[in-house]
Design a protein around this ligand. Structure first.
Ligand code: NOJ
Ligand code: NOJ
Length: 712
């Protein structure tokens, strides 16, 4: 006891120097997504750079060329964003992209103005920065953003470089030095398979190892590629990047991505969310949420996106949203970390589908009060849209990326984001709370967010014409009169809550057409309340943040079982610590205040060691029928702790050369692991490989390979 006391005193002294400097809590963020080339032209000096001249269309008529937006332009608009309540911006991949024009097949030039055709992940694109491909403008944006309390999220496309067969033929450079092109690749930097098409998207092997959109597909299991990509991420973190949006994570090697996200969090605090396109009916949906739950990488909430589009643009009943949220709450272990959106650069804007600004505002209000971390797509607050048909759909790529039309801070959309972002900061229910449906019909959705005694009740009526009488609504809000937090911005009214011993009835009221009302209350904290842990997976020594309320000013403890973590910073709402030396496995970690008051526990998985990618092959495996799969299971938490179910074992493995099966997995470096392969039949029946356990000493760095024959 005296020992603990003195270490607390020491920690308290350190806190004076480092007041939570690195703490990262993304649940309170409001993200704004920017297509850098289309937002603001801060300097014309980089419009037509020498190494890639001719890729600019100053008239902005060729939608496939650069239009002049740049990092300096974003920097100039930071006060506009800050006043809107934006706390983080997601920018296009900023790294050096393909320099040559590629014809669209009809003689029109195209260029990677979107940033998804990287050539050098360690330099900045000259159209966004300067002709030297230097970091100057990038660093300047990062520090200006941080001064405005805005975090920077970089879009990182680890799956591919540029087109395989045109332009620079996928050329990859390491800070200016050519590594390989798709045509000249003696060391296997790229996968040389086929282009994804049709039902390939439902096949686990093809999705990861075939080429997406004919883009040269990087081989992340190659040690050069592995260390290159991780070094590029580390460099971005060193330049001050706060978080990453990972492009096309469904198409990158899944097992490798566990080590990618582990590498980021080993470097320092961050937040990582991936793009896994597809709804709940997608063939690989179970793989998607298993990946999110186990890797510690959050995902963009595509299932909810589809439901939002159906409900707010296509007149589907609110039940579709409600059912999606219920299902996802069972599938995802941390639904509040899912990253939610109404619009993005890959889908037609909501206003294209339904040209009614009020519907967009209602969808935005929903997004900002629903569970999850909201993203506003640039221009939604200005009702920006272009509805040109792209040959496939109205307003699809690239017409969903128009030039930013205005920076008007008086629109309803702008004010709405600003007000609800303010509420996200002041009321912990929005970032950390549960989500409960309280009243629903096809046009009306009333739902409550609750974090201990902090409450936000939101009511939306999306009907163009119908008023609804709301009878039989109950809430946890205490008895009293609640004004509309939005002050009538969306035609909301006040309500009266009556005493019902906790399940409190609301006096019957009428919700007018096209209205949103938000009622809320916060309670002073009488005990510590933990709302968030991030990351959720990591090894001894990794820095982790717990955020919430009522932690007190003086440092207390964070316990993994009975083992206390080393505390780095402590405030009333955020605590940063390192994972202590404990055995690997799943923990319910607990914060205690200096007075000994215990908060609710939060789940955390302690890894055995830092992860590195290992490719496992088992040859001549036991026969399988359709729907049966071979999995890997073994001794450590990374191997599923001898689990034998789809969600616990590693897999399904892949079988392009049947009956051999392989999988890339991330394993604890410098650790000797015991493992076996199993067959999990379509009905769940498990058949174990015979013989003794396999054993393998995972290398301390680089990548590993295991090649064995199925033991009968
Ligand atoms: C998904 C991105 O969001 C999309 O815009 C891009 O074209 C592909 N990934 C390929 O990087
Ligand atoms: C083909 C294999 O033969 C079969 O056993 C397996 O179930 C499917 N691929 C799906 O992985």
């Amino acid at each position: 006891m005296p020992c603990r006391f003195s270490s607390n005193v020491l920690a308290a002294l350190l806190l004076i120097v480092l007041p939570g400097a690195f703490a990262q809590d993304f649940k309170k963020q409001v993200i704004y997504q920017i297509v850098t080339d289309r937002f603001a032209n801060g300097t014309t000096a980089n419009d037509n750079p020498p190494q890639s001249s001719g890729l600019l269309d100053p008239a902005k008529t060729n939608w496939h060329l650069y239009w002049g937006g740049d990092l300096t332009g974003i920097q100039q608009k930071l006060s506009y964003l800050k006043s809107m309540g934006v706390t983080a911006i997601w920018i296009s991949p900023p790294v050096d992209n393909l320099n040559l024009n590629i014809s669209d097949g009809q003689g029109n030039p195209t260029a990677p103005y979107h940033g998804y055709s990287a050539r050098d992940f360690k330099r900045i694109e000259e159209h966004y920065g300067d002709a030297g491909n230097l970091w100057t403008e990038f660093d300047s944006l990062v520090s200006a953003a941080h001064q405005n309390g805005i975090k920077i999220i970089v879009d990182f496309a680890a799956n591919h470089t540029s087109p395989e067969k045109a332009g620079e033929k996928g050329a990859l450079y390491d800070n200016g030095t050519l590594i390989a092109t798709y045509d000249n690749d003696p060391h296997g930097i790229f996968h040389h398979t086929f282009d994804l098409a049709g039902t390939d998207y439902e096949d686990r092997y093809k999705v990861q190892y075939y080429s997406l959109l004919s883009l040269a597909d990087l081989n992340q299991e190659n040690p050069t590629v592995d260390s290159y990509l991780k070094a590029a991420l580390r460099q971005l973190q060193q330049e001050g990047v706060d978080a990453f949006r990972m492009d096309a994570v469904k198409h990158v090697t899944w097992g490798w991505e566990y080590s990618e996200v582990n590498s980021i969090f080993t470097n320092g605090p961050s937040f990582v969310f991936g793009e896994w396109m597809g709804g709940r009916d997608d063939a690989l949906y179970h793989d998607a949420y298993k990946f999110a739950n186990k890797s510690g990488m959050s995902l963009l909430d595509y299932p909810l996106y589809y439901a939002i589009t159906d409900v707010f643009a296509n007149d589907s009943p609110f039940a579709e949203i409600d059912n999606t949220l219920t299902a996802e709450s069972q599938e995802f272990s941390s639904p509040n970390d899912l990253v939610t959106f109404v619009d993005n650069h890959d889908k037609p804007r909501l206003l294209t589908i339904r040209n009614d600004p009020t519907h967009l505002d209602e969808a935005t209000a929903f997004l900002l009060t629903c569970r999850g971390i909201p993203i506003i797509y640039y221009g939604d607050e200005q009702y920006l849209h272009n509805d040109t048909n792209n040959g496939n759909e109205n307003g699809g790529d690239p017409y969903n990326r128009p030039w930013m039309s205005a920076f008007d801070s008086t629109t309803t959309g702008y004010k709405l984001v600003s007000q609800l972002s303010g509420l996200r900061q002041s009321n912990a229910a929005l970032g950390y709370g549960s989500m409960q449906q309280r009243w629903i019909n096809k046009d009306v959705y009333i739902y409550e967010r609750k974090f201990f005694d902090d409450l936000v009740l939101t009511a939306i009526n999306k009907s163009d014409t119908a008023s609804y009488t709301i009878a039989g609504l109950f809430t946890a809000l205490l008895p009293g009169m609640y004004p509309d937090y939005l002050g009538g911005l969306m035609s909301g009214l006040s309500i009266t809550v009556n005493d019902g011993h906790g399940n409190n009835p609301v006096t019957t009221f009428t919700l007018p057409p096209h209205s949103v009302a938000v009622w809320q209350s916060t309670a002073p904290d009488t005990s510590p309340e933990a709302g968030s842990v991030g990351p959720t997976v990591g090894q001894t020594g990794m820095k982790v943040t717990i955020a919430g309320k009522g932690f007190g000013a003086a440092p207390g403890t964070v316990l993994f079982g009975s083992t206390p973590a080393t505390i780095h910073s402590w405030s009333d709402t955020s605590v940063e610590f390192s994972v202590p030396q404990v055995s690997s496995g799943k923990y319910n970690i607990q914060l205690k205040t200096s007075a000994g008051a215990a908060a609710n526990t939060l789940p955390f998985t302690v890894l055995t060691a830092k992860l590195i990618p290992v490719t496992f092959t088992v040859k001549n495996a036991i026969p399988t029928h359709f729907g049966d799969n071979i999995f890997l299971t073994g001794s450590t938490v990374e191997l599923g702790s001898w689990g034998t179910t789809f969600d616990t074992a590693v897999g399904p493995m892949l079988t392009p050369n049947h009956p051999d099966w392989f999988i890339s997995a991330s394993m604890p470096s410098g650790t000797t692991i015991q493992f076996k392969f199993i067959r999990i039949a379509a009905n769940g029946d498990v058949t174990w490989e015979g013989g003794a356990n396999h054993s393998y000493a995972v290398p301390t760095s680089g990548t590993g390979l295991v090649d064995v024959i199925w033991q009968k």
